[in-house]
Design a protein around this ligand. Structure first.
Ligand code: MG
Ligand code: MG
Length: 250
């Protein structure tokens, strides 16, 4: 069931969103060769807790980190580790959630450690752009299929593919709420967009085939063909005045 949020609830969600976005940006500034994903995770946790919030992912289903940090062919749900040192050119996805005063924020971005290959740079830029193409389809009267189609079209135009097995979702008191928000779809199909929806739009994009598998650690999702992957996500509120990116910070 979709939990529509009223204006005061959306206002309350701004704080969780801002802390989420700031923690993500803070960690992203520290992505460089030689840094470990465990260190980045600690920065996220420290930032969130020092602002009176809780890391949404820590302990979620038993997840051991405060952020999901996924490198290169890892798409999502990478487990941070002090043994995982970043190398020049690594494509680093950081996914952050913060829970504050009853609500979650959820946001992800992809950073390149040092100098990325031309393919990596194009993949990261395309993934971000596909989010905003999807966002552009979030208008009254449209459906979720319009959003997914906009994301997919942008990605495939550049010769990349969207992951099918994992999708965006509603966000609110629970980290993952209805509805599912796929990064693929057909125009005019799917659930109609309604004022009061708060959804995480999160393109997960790979340079090769879109099939994925889960590593034996039962968390980390990797591309089956080992191709590079990127991820970009914001928590988006649909208000009477248009869309609001709750996790976007300047
Ligand atoms: Mg996320
Ligand atoms: Mg999400």
């Amino acid at each position: 069931m979709i939990q529509l949020k009223n204006q005061s609830q959306i206002i309350a969600m701004r704080d969780a969103g801002r802390i989420t976005g700031e923690a993500l940006a803070y960690a992203g500034e520290h992505v460089k060769p030689g840094v470990t994903t465990g260190h980045l995770d600690r920065l996220v946790r420290t930032y969130i807790e020092s602002h009176g919030a809780k890391p949404s992912f820590l302990g979620y289903g038993g997840f051991p980190g405060s952020a999901c940090i996924s490198v290169n062919e890892e798409v999502i749900h990478g487990i941070p580790s002090f043994d995982r040192e970043l190398h020049d050119g690594d494509v680093v996805k950081i996914d952050v959630g913060a829970f504050y005063r009853g609500y979650h924020g959820d946001s992800a971005n992809t950073f390149i450690a040092g100098n990325g290959s031309p393919e990596a740079v194009k993949l990261v830029e395309t993934t971000k752009r596909s989010f905003f193409e999807g966002l552009g389809a979030v208008v009254p009267g449209n459906r979720l299929g319009d959003v997914g189609n906009a994301v997919q079209t942008c990605v495939e135009r550049e010769g990349f593919n969207v992951i099918r097995d994992y999708v965006g979702h509603g966000v609110g008191h629970d980290l993952h709420e209805d509805p599912n928000v796929p990064n693929y779809g057909l125009p005019h199909k799917g659930l109609r967009l309604l004022t009061g929806m708060v959804i995480a739009i999160e393109p997960m994009v790979c340079a090769g085939d879109w099939h994925v598998r889960v590593l034996p650690n039962k968390w980390t999702v990797v591309t089956s063909d080992g191709s590079l992957a990127a991820h970009y996500e914001h928590t988006v509120a649909l208000t009477d005045h248009g869309v609001e990116l709750l996790t976007k910070v300047d």
